[in-house]
Design a protein around this ligand. Sequence first.
Ligand code: PMV
Length: 307
Amino acid sequence: MKASAPGKIILFGEHAVVYGRPALAVPVTQVHADVEVLDSSRPGVWINAPIIDLHAELTSLPSDHPIASVILKLIQLFGFSQTPGLEINISSTIPVASGLGSGAAVSVALIRSLSSFFFHSLSDDEINIIAYEIEKLHHGTPSGIDNTVITYNVPVYFIKGQPIETFKTGKPFTIVIGDTGIPALTKESVGDVRRLWLKDTHYFENIFNEIAQISLIARRSIENGQPELLGELMDRNHALLQKLTVSSPELDKLVITAREAGAFGAKLSGGGRGGNMIALVEQARAESVASALISAGAKRTIITEIS
Ligand code: PMV
């Protein structure tokens, strides 16, 4: 039984979203995680995930391993005292630890393929709850934005703890995603921001409020069919993320390069410190902005239309 889940990018509001402010994120279907569950004559649950160099039997993994944890949770949910021999093949074109939601996409695809394999249907809401539990193992204190966008596969205006709100795009727009190629753990940047916030709560609360304003205006601009306004909002959001200390010289270089190559605006996307940045571009310029990013050191680029 096969299942697939897309990647995602955060357009606006990362980090502030952990503190209850809104963020906007969209699925990126050009990259995906794919899981296949097969019957096996060999006893045990065998997991093959070449992307993370994992070839192991379930019981040999620690129970808080994110992949083992998904499988154990479902075994418990389905009420099995013993599992039949299974072969689980996991592949993904989503770069790991780069802000594109690779962990959440693997969880969602794994939950979907296992539940179909055992004819146990789960709603998106149920899948999202399980995927969020697993995100906690990856991230510590995640807002839940990744699992939500990836489970429902729709653009999301996300506020932690509130029912999912999607948004419509009044006019399509084009984003170039540039990967620094530097893996960075979201858990670490989120932890660092928390330490700073604890030391100077007032200052950081103000930054989160400014980011919240940007997310609000961005949503309105997208819905009103004025995506060209997003460029300046991205620039402002990036400057605030720099104040949160989550940018890096490599991210800043790609952001500046994108702007110089004609993008309307650019910012880092996701946890920061490495991973990806995004730039809003005119469709006709997307290829030239993408090649400028490669010349400036990006390891890969993705051009995606948000519609
Ligand atoms: O690095 P990513 O794309 O998984 O995004 C993390 C987004 C944060 O706001 C930094 C953390 C969170 O849980 O929302």
